[in-house]
Design a protein around this ligand. Structure first.
Ligand code: PGA
Length: 255
C-alpha cells in the first residue's frame, strides 16, 4: 500500500493566486513520486481553482456537513463536495473541536454520512496532554463515539489520523511526537478497532500520524510501516519543503 500524505492547509493561504501557485507546485512534486498518494485539502473558496491544477494529487476538504442539502446556513454538504470531486474529508480536527465546539456526536454523524456516500473520512483523534508514556483514554472515547453504528463493510474507506494536540506546530511549546510513541498509539487504536469491528477489520484501517511533521522527521514516522502516512499542516504550505517531504515518503512503503 502507498503512504498517504495529506496537506491540511487550514485557513491558508490568504489569496486565490497563492493557493493556485501552491497547488501547482504540489502537483509537480507528486508527479515525480508515484509511490506515494498525495491529497491536498485547501480552504473551501479555493477548491475549484485548486482542482483545476491537480491530476495526480487528489482533492480533500477540511470539513463537511452530514446532510446532503437544506436549511443549514454556513454549512457545506458532503454532496456538494462530492460534486466537486472531493474524495477525502478531514473530520473532527482538534481545531474544530476546540475552537468551533464540534462534539463527538457531530463528528460521528459526519463520519457515518461520508462513509455511507462513498467519501473517505480522515478521522482525527488525539489527546490534549500526555502524562508520561500512557496512551490517553481520550482516543478510545473519540473513536467509539465517531464509529458507533458504522458498517464494517465501509471501513475500507476510513482513515484515522492520530494527531496529539500538543504536537500540532501552532500550539505553544509544541513538539512532534516520537515515532515510538506514535506507534504505541497506532497499536492502541487498532486494539479499539478490533474490539469494535473484529480483528481483520481492525488491522486493515489506515492510520496516519499528524503533528509537526516536516521533511526531516517524516521518515521516522513511516519507517517500518509504523504509520501509513501523515497529516501535514505547516510544512504543506512551504512548497519546497513539502516536495522534499513527498520525496522522502515515496521511498518508504507501508506494511
Ligand atoms: P502541523 O499541523 O503539521 O502544522 O503540526 C497538522 C494538523 O493540524 O493537521
Amino acid at each position: 500500500m502507498k503512504n498517504l500524505i495529506i496537506a491540511n492547509w487550514k485557513a491558508n493561504p490568504v489569496t486565490l493566486r497563492e493557493a493556485v501557485d501552491l497547488a501547482r507546485k504540489t502537483e509537480l512534486a507528486a508527479l515525480s513520486h508515484r509511490t506515494v498518494e498525495v491529497i491536498v485539502a485547501p480552504p473551501f473558496p479555493f477548491l475549484i481553482a485548486v482542482l483545476s491544477e491537480l491530476k495526480r494529487v487528489k482533492l480533500g476538504s477540511q470539513n463537511a456537513f452530514w446532510e446532503d442539502a437544506g436549511p443549514y446556513t454556513g454549512e457545506i454538504s458532503w454532496q456538494q463536495l462530492k460534486s466537486l470531486k472531493v474524495s477525502y474529508v478531514i473530520v473532527g480536527h482538534s481545531e474544530r473541536r476546540i475552537f468551533l465546539g464540534e462534539t463527538d456526536e457531530m463528528v460521528g454523524k459526519k463520519v457515518r454520512a461520508l462513509l455511507e456516500h462513498g467519501l473517505k473520512p480522515v478521522l482525527c483523534v488525539g489527546e490534549r496532554e500526555r502524562a508520561s508514556h500512557e496512551v490517553s483514554e481520550t482516543i478510545a472515547r473519540q473513536l467509539e463515539a465517531a464509529l458507533a453504528g458504522v458498517k464494517k463493510s465501509l471501513l475500507k474507506n476510513l482513515i484515522i489520523a492520530y494527531e496529539p494536540i500538543w504536537a500540532i506546530s501552532t500550539m505553544p511549546g509544541s513538539h512532534p511526537d516520537t515515532p515510538e510513541n506514535a506507534f504505541q498509539c497506532n497499536i492502541y487504536i487498532r486494539k479499539i478497532l478490533s474490539g469494535m469491528f473484529g480483528r481483520t477489520a481492525g488491522q486493515s484501517v489506515r492510520i496516519i500520524y499528524g503533528g509537526s511533521v516536516n521533511a526531516n522527521n517524516i521518515k521516522g514516522f513511516l519507517s517500518g510501516g509504523h504509520m501509513q502516512g501523515a497529516l501535514v499542516g505547516g510544512a504543506s504550505l512551504k512548497a519546497e519543503e513539502f516536495a522534499r517531504l513527498i520525496a522522502s515518503a515515496a521511498l518508504l512503503r507501508t506494511r
